[in-house]
Design a protein around this ligand. Structure first.
Ligand SMILES: *Cc1c(COP(=O)(O)O)cnc(C)c1O
Length: 237
């Protein structure tokens, strides 16, 4: 785990890069939410990031998220950014601010049903497989508008926008066309004006490419390694 000074300097660095990207693209810093992706980092690292001023965190696994919620007794905002199985939906409803990884009507329906049971409306994003990669979760760009319309029929979910993980590329600038395509899709579903949708979130950009994502219209960037340092995958497998 990084020292508090190392973490603070990472966050300062990211902050100034966010501001520079905003300036280059004529945007305001307040349009961007920095989600600190804390997966595979211990609760202490999250608390330390909180001490450094961060309050919005992302986790990709339900079990890991719930474990952290047990031990962290601070009001932080949590986003679920990883693949979600329908049988795990009940564990996260009412506990996360947004689910970024909705990739089927079936999943949206289960989220709707569990949300109704708890008397809440859950904010969700459609995950788009923008590079058409075989190994990746997410709907195709072509499927996105129809799914957005179908989700609009559900009363206890509110579609807020789209999320993507760009394909691995050699340099951040190579991710630009994918982000630009996401931006077009985002505008498309915004102009659909479906019931129950409130489209204002475009979640894209990670440690390696968040500046390009901001330049192409991201409202939420998901940054892990650049804040917490390299993840130790071995420890958990
Ligand atoms: C891990 C992860 C991130 C953060 O990746 P970094 O490269 O560490 O910034 C962002 N989004 C998703 C969906 C992730 O799983």
């Amino acid at each position: 785990m990084l020292s508090v000074n190392e973490m603070r300097s990472n966050i300062d660095n990211i902050e100034s890069r966010i501001c520079a990207a905003c300036e280059r693209s004529g945007r305001d810093r307040s349009e961007i939410t920095l989600i600190a992706v804390s997966k595979l980092n211990p609760a202490e690292a999250i608390l330390q990031a909180g001490d450094c001023g961060l309050s919005v965190f992302g986790e990709n696994k339900v079990q890991e998220l719930c474990g952290k919620l047990e031990v962290i007794d601070r009001p932080l905002s949590w986003h679920l950014i990883g693949h979600l199985q329908t049988n795990k939906v009940k564990y996260v409803i009412g506990r996360v601010e947004m689910i970024h990884s909705v990739d089927s009507l079936k999943l949206a329906e289960v989220i709707d049903r569990e949300s109704a049971k708890k008397g809440v409306v859950t904010d969700i994003l459609i995950e788009v497989n923008i590079g058409g990669e075989e190994s990746k979760f997410g709907v195709t760009p072509d499927e996105t508008t129809e799914l957005a319309a179908q989700i609009g029929e559900l009363k206890n979910v509110r579609l807020r926008g789209l999320m993507t993980v760009a394909p691995p590329v050699l340099s951040p600038s190579e991710a630009r066309p994918y982000f630009a395509k996401m931006r077009e899709l985002f505008v498309d579903i915004h102009s659909q004006n479906n019931d129950n949708n409130h489209i204002n979130v475009l979640s894209m950009g990670m440690s390696g490419d968040f500046e390009v994502a901001i330049e192409e219209g991201a409202t939420h960037i998901r940054v892990g390694t650049a804040i917490f340092g390299a993840r130790d995958y071995g420890q958990h497998s």
